[in-house]
Design a protein around this ligand. Structure first.
Ligand code: NAD
Length: 337
């Protein structure tokens, strides 16, 4: 156990944005915690900024690798709390070796991501994104805006953890057939869907939505081979982690018409792109640029989590982790490695 009996541990918030700062300030209205906010991302180059801070608060595109953790450790940082569920941006074994505790926010609002998944599904099913552009240009033609209904579709839900379960619940109101795959099936969810193998999901589904963590076993889960198992014109949705999809294979699938619709809120190389205003820059990522040329692709910038409930829960849980760590050297939501 870490000896950290500090009652006023200072915390430096990296990758801070107005929405996360505002939620943290509201939840810290008593000023119990000393928080300093920086827009800068955390990585090995910026880690020296944290010297003297007991805790670093980070987000999904901070690069908390071994080199970064070593500098944090030398500067006296004992806790890295990520304002996310996923921890794949943090080298957990290195943190353990260096005696740095990692905390995350499990399940801050599965509803946020689930509702967003339904939002992009319906947006694309009814071509609302395209209709919105047309109307603003004074084009009231309906041709090309033909949609489809969900009631005769088969929807595959890959991963029925906190988010996938909500997606199944939400989908069940539309009368579609729901298939699911998860190595750990969930009893209540099984009443609303049928658990099947990955191959059966791929073969049978008109729409497949992904809610799995990024693990060695799920990296590039969707590739040329798995795409080849799917129905021609399949609709894929990824609100989980970008690297679940092999993006060049996705582009090949779109060009061949194997993929009929694609909605992604996450992208494999998003770390150098998302969460910044880059509207005056030249886009250098050719793969991402190619994705944006398809009329049947909807891309959002990792915003599925961004709701009132989620921001409040993230701030509350993170501050709870800080308070617990200050008093006991551990916390309820410390990541067990
Ligand atoms: P969770 O841990 O509650 O659930 C994940 C589920 O995936 C578990 O039930 C697990 O058994 C299952 N799983 C693991 N490997 C699998 C495999 N090979 N095939 C099928 N299922 C598998 O996680 P969650 O909170 O539901 O999050 C799901 C994903 O959403 C994660 O990748 C998370 O990082 C991501 N996420 C994205 C956003 C966003 O803003 N876009 C926000 C929150 C979470």
């Amino acid at each position: 156990m870490v000896n950290c009996k500090l009652t006023t541990m200072k915390a430096l918030v990296f990758s801070s944005r107005i929405y996360s700062e505002s939620a943290l300030r509201t939840e810290n209205s008593s000023a119990r915690h000393q928080l300093k906010f920086l827009e800068t991302k955390l990585n090995a180059a910026t880690a020296p900024l944290c010297a003297g801070y007991g805790a670093a608060l980070v987000f999904v595109n901070d690069k908390v690798d071994r080199a970064c953790l070593q500098i944090l450790s030398q500067g006296g940082t004992k806790l890295v709390a990520t304002l996310s569920t996923g921890t794949n941006h943090i080298d957990l074994p290195a943190a353990k070796e260096l005696g740095i505790t990692i905390a995350s926010v499990p399940s801050y609002s599965p509803h946020a991501v689930s509702e967003f998944t339904l939002a992009v599904l319906l947006t694309m099913a009814r071509k609302i994104h395209r209709a919105n552009h047309r109307i603003r240009e004074g084009n009231f033609e309906l041709e090309g805006l033909e949609g489809f209904e969900l009631r005769d579709k088969t929807v595959g839900v890959f991963g029925t953890g906190a988010i996938g379960r909500e997606v199944v619940k939400n989908l069940s109101g539309f009368g579609c057939r729901i298939l699911a795959h998860d190595p750990a099936p969930h009893a209540d969810t099984a009443k609303l869907c049928r658990y099947v193998s990955p191959e059966e999901i791929f073969r049978e589904s008109d729409i497949v939505t992904f809610h799995v963590p990024l693990l060695p076993s799920t990296r590039h889960l969707i590739n040329d081979q798995t795409l080849g198992l799917m129905k021609k014109g399949v609709f894929l949705i990824n609100t989980s982690r970008g690297a679940i999809f092999d993006t060049p294979a996705i582009i090949r699938g779109l060009k061949k018409g194997q993929i009929g619709h694609l909605a992604i809120d996450v992208y494999e190389e998003e770390a150098g792109l998302f969460f910044e205003d880059r509207s005056s820059e030249i886009l250098k990522d050719d793969v991402f640029a190619r994705l944006l040329t398809f009329p049947n692709v909807l891309v959002t910038g990792h915003q599925a989590f961004l709701t009132d409930h989620a921001l409040r829960n993230i701030a509350q849980t993170t501050l709870q982790s800080l308070a617990e760590f200050e008093s006991s050297g551990t916390c309820t939501h410390c990541v067990r490695t």
